[in-house]
Ligand binder design. Structure first.
Ligand code: CMC
Length: 392
C-alpha cells in the first residue's frame, strides 16, 4: 500500500485547514472565530452567532437587522413540502424526517444548487437557516398528530420555533423569555465544533461538489448516531433506567467499568476534550436555573450529578480522562422545557446548522480543496482464480 498510514477514526489526521473554530482539548478552550464560547453564551444570540460563524465577523447593527430580515422572509415551507410529512409513519423518529425534508429542499430549489455561484450559495444558506426550525417543529407536530402552525414572523427565529412546536391553532402561545434565552444559549453552544463526525461528513459529501442541502442532509444523518448527537437522547434514557430502578447507580457504574455489553456512561468522554468540556460547564449552571423554574426533573438531575461525582473520583474515568461532555446535561433541560426525548437530537441539529454551513462554504471557497478520498490498508485475500459455481 505504498506510504499509506493507517489512522482509524482519524485520531491524528487533519483533513483540512480551517479558520472557524478553535479547540484546545487539554485546556478546555472553545472559540468561534476567536471569540470565547463563554462570552458568546453570555452576550450573543443564535442568529448573531450564526452570522459570525458563516461570515467570519460579528455583524454591525445594520448587518444583523438585514440578516434577520432575510431569514424571516424564508421561514415558511412550500405547501408541497408540507405534504411530504404525511408520507412518514406516525411514530417516525424526527431525525430521519428532518434529513429527508432537507434532502427534499434540493428538489424545491433547483435554481440555487450551484456550489460555485455565490448568490445561489447565499440564498441556500438563508433558506436552510430559516426553514430548519419550521421543518423540526412540523416533524414533531406530525408525531403527535397536531396541525402545523405557520411561522409568525413578528417573532424571532427561536420564539417561532417554540410557538410552532408547542402552540396550537386559535390559542395564543405565551412566549416565556427565560425559556427563549435558554434555547438561544443551547443553540449557541452547539453551533460549531470543528471537524466532528457530522461536520466532516458535510465536508466530505460537499467535496464531491454536492449541493449545500444534500451535504447538510448527510450531516444530519451522521448526527443521529448515539455516539454523536444521539447521545443526548441516550443520556436521558440511561438516567430514566436508573430512576425506574432497573439497576442502582452503583450497579450501572460497575457495568460501565466492566464494559458489560458495551455499556458506556453516555454523555461522558470526548475525542478532543481531555479536561472538561467547556460547554458542559456552562450547561450545568443552566440546568439548575431552568429546572428550578420549570419544576420537575430534579430527581434525574440528582442522578446525573451523582453519576458525575462518582465518575470524577473513579480511577477508570480519571485514567482515561473522561469528563462530562455537552450532552450530559442538555437532555434534562430539554425535557423540563417539554420536549420529548426524540426531539433532543433535532435540537442539536438546529444548533449545529450554522457550523455545517460555515464549514461547507469555507471548503467550497478554498481553491486547494480536493475531493475527500481516504486510502485504506487492504487486509483481504491475495489474487485467486474464479471457481465455477458447480465446483464450489
Ligand atoms: N463510558 C465508559 N468508557 C468510556 C466512555 C464512556 N462514555 N468513553 C470512552 N470510554 C473508554 C473506552 O472504552 C476506552 O477504554 P479502553 O482504553 O479501556 O479501551 C477509552 O475510554 C477511550 O475511548 P475511545 O472510545 O477510544 O475514545 P474515542 O475518542 O474514540 O470516543 C466518544 C469518544 C465520545 C465517542 C466516547 O467517549 C463515547 O462513546 N462517549 C459516550 C457517547 C457520548 O457521550 N457522545 C457524545 C460526544 S460529545 C458531543 C457529540 O459529539 O455529539
Amino acid at each position: 500500500t505504498g506510504n499509506v498510514t493507517l489512522d482509524a477514526g482519524f485520531t491524528n489526521t487533519a483533513s483540512c485547514t480551517s479558520a472557524i473554530t478553535y479547540i484546545d482539548g487539554g485546556e478546555g478552550i472553545l472559540r468561534y472565530r476567536g471569540y470565547p464560547i463563554e462570552q458568546l453564551a453570555e452576550s450573543s444570540n443564535f442568529l448573531e452567532t450564526s452570522y459570525l460563524l458563516i461570515y467570519g465577523e460579528l455583524p454591525t447593527p445594520a448587518q444583523l437587522t438585514d440578516f434577520e430580515d432575510r431569514v424571516r422572509e424564508h421561514t415558511m415551507l412550500h405547501e408541497d413540502l408540507k405534504g411530504f410529512f404525511g408520507g412518514f409513519p406516525r411514530d417516525a423518529h424526527p431525525m430521519p424526517v428532518l434529513s429527508s425534508a432537507v434532502s427534499a429542499l434540493s428538489t424545491f430549489y433547483q435554481d440555487s444548487l450551484d456550489p460555485f455561484d455565490q448568490e445561489q450559495v447565499e440564498i441556500s444558506t438563508i433558506r436552510l437557516l430559516a426553514k430548519l426550525p419550521t421543518i423540526a417543529a412540523y416533524a414533531y407536530k406530525k408525531s403527535i398528530g397536531q396541525p402545523f402552525l405557520y411561522p409568525d414572523n413578528d417573532h424571532s427565529l427561536v420564539e417561532n420555533f417554540l410557538r410552532m412546536t408547542f402552540g396550537v391553532p386559535a390559542t395564543e402561545y405565551e412566549i416565556d423569555p427565560e425559556i427563549v434565552k435558554a434555547v438561544e444559549l443551547l443553540l449557541i453552544l452547539h453551533a460549531d465544533h470543528e471537524q466532528n463526525c457530522s461536520t466532516s461528513t458535510v465536508r466530505l459529501v460537499g467535496s464531491s461538489h454536492a449541493n449545500l442541502f444534500a451535504s447538510v442532509s448527510a450531516g444530519i444523518n451522521a448526527l443521529f448516531g448515539p455516539l454523536h448527537g444521539g447521545a443526548n437522547q441516550a443520556v436521558l434514557e440511561m438516567l430514566e433506567r436508573i430512576q425506574n430502578a432497573e439497576y442502582s447507580t452503583d450497579e450501572f457504574m460497575k457495568k460501565v467499568k466492566d464494559k458489560e455489553d458495551g455499556v458506556r456512561l453516555m454523555g461522558f468522554g470526548h475525542r478532543v476534550y481531555k479536561n472538561y468540556d467547556p460547554r458542559a460547564a456552562i450547561i450545568k449552571d443552566t440546568a439548575h436555573t431552568i429546572l428550578q423554574k420549570t419544576g420537575g426533573g430534579d430527581e434525574l438531575l440528582e442522578i446525573a450529578m451523582r453519576l458525575e461525582e462518582i465518575a470524577l473520583a473513579d480511577d477508570y474515568f480519571v485514567e482515561r480522562k473522561l469528563y462530562p461532555n455537552v450532552d450530559f446535561y442538555t437532555g434534562l433541560i430539554y425535557k423540563s422545557m417539554g420536549f420529548p426525548t426524540r426531539m433532543f437530537t433535532v435540537l442539536f441539529a438546529l444548533g449545529r446548522l450554522p457550523g455545517w454551513i460555515a464549514q461547507w462554504r469555507e471548503m467550497i471557497a478554498d481553491p486547494t480543496t480536493k475531493i475527500g478520498r481516504p486510502r485504506q490498508v487492504y487486509t483481504g485475500e491475495g489474487a485467486r482464480d474464479y471457481v465455477a459455481l458447480n465446483q464450489r
